[in-house]
Ligand binder design. Structure first.
Ligand code: F6R
Length: 242
């Protein structure tokens, strides 16, 4: 794991956006794995601005999102479909037929999960996977205890995760209890991974990443086995390691 320490959230977003933009410049038909949540918002904003300034097109880029809540419609303001439209897709020249997010309203969630894996394979696999990390070490919505061999599947969200995400909903009760997520095996199949870690709340998660050992109890620990992982961490999240 290559670790890049930066001063604050703004610098993290700058570094994240530059990293992704360079990849698109090198390979205009890049297949990107994307994350939602609070952490990548700044990266998306800067990626939009930088791509406009440097006239980099997303026309040939394909994207696959990590996850989506089960039961939320694509139009629901809290769906990750909506998040991606608002944060990125509506502001760049990507083709809507090139953006993929699991369908949380599919009549068969199992068939949707299998199809999603097939779609990733048909696109030639993910070139660069963007990740955030949960306080409990989850990546995607792979909660502690998830089998490392899982591909895209449906999960029950951990209480801690519903608590953390309640800030976007009216009440915690409104946070869906299930989600579809790319599995650890799907994430590990990406050719390259970029993990963004920001803010005091993530200090524990970051320190766990630096410790020895790989354990399903801390899903992100598997990233130590991937040959091409870059972690960008800000001072608040790095704490004593900064
Ligand atoms: C989002 C995702 C999650 C988040 C994680 C951190 O698509 O898969 O793993 O990356 O929950 O969320 P934030 O960035 O809101 O702290």
């Amino acid at each position: 794991m290559k670790i890049v320490y930066v001063k604050d959230y703004d610098a993290l977003s700058e570094a994240g956006a530059s990293f992704l933009l360079e990849q698109i410049k090198k390979k205009p038909s890049l297949t990107m794995g994307l994350a939602t949540g609070g952490t990548p918002k700044g990266t998306y904003e800067k990626l939009i601005n930088k791509s406009k300034k440097e006239k980099v097109s997303f026309e040939q880029v394909r994207t696959f999102n990590l996850d989506e809540y089960v039961g939320l419609s694509k139009e629901d303001p809290n769906s990750y479909h909506q998040y991606m439209n608002d944060m990125l897709f509506n502001h760049i020249d990507i083709k809507s037929t090139h953006t993929f997010i699991p369908n949380g309203e599919a009549s068969s969630i199992e068939a949707e999960c299998q199809d999603y894996e097939q779609r990733i394979k048909a696109a030639g696999g993910i070139d660069i996977q963007l990740l955030g990390i949960g306080n409990n070490g989850h990546i995607g919505f792979n909660e502690p205890g998830t089998n490392f061999s899982e591909t895209t599947h449906m999960i029950e969200l951990a209480d801690a995760t519903r608590e953390a995400n309640a800030r976007y909903f009216n009440t915690k009760e409104d946070v869906p209890k299930q989600a579809i997520t790319m599995g650890i095996a799907s994430i590990m199949a990406a050719k390259e991974i970029l993990l963004l870690i920001s803010g005091k709340d993530k200090q524990h998660a970051f320190s766990m990443l630096l410790e020895d050992g790989i354990d399903e109890a801390f899903p992100a620990s598997i990233l130590k086995e991937h040959p091409h992982v870059t972690v960008i961490v800000d001072q608040e999240a790095a704490g004593q390691y900064f």
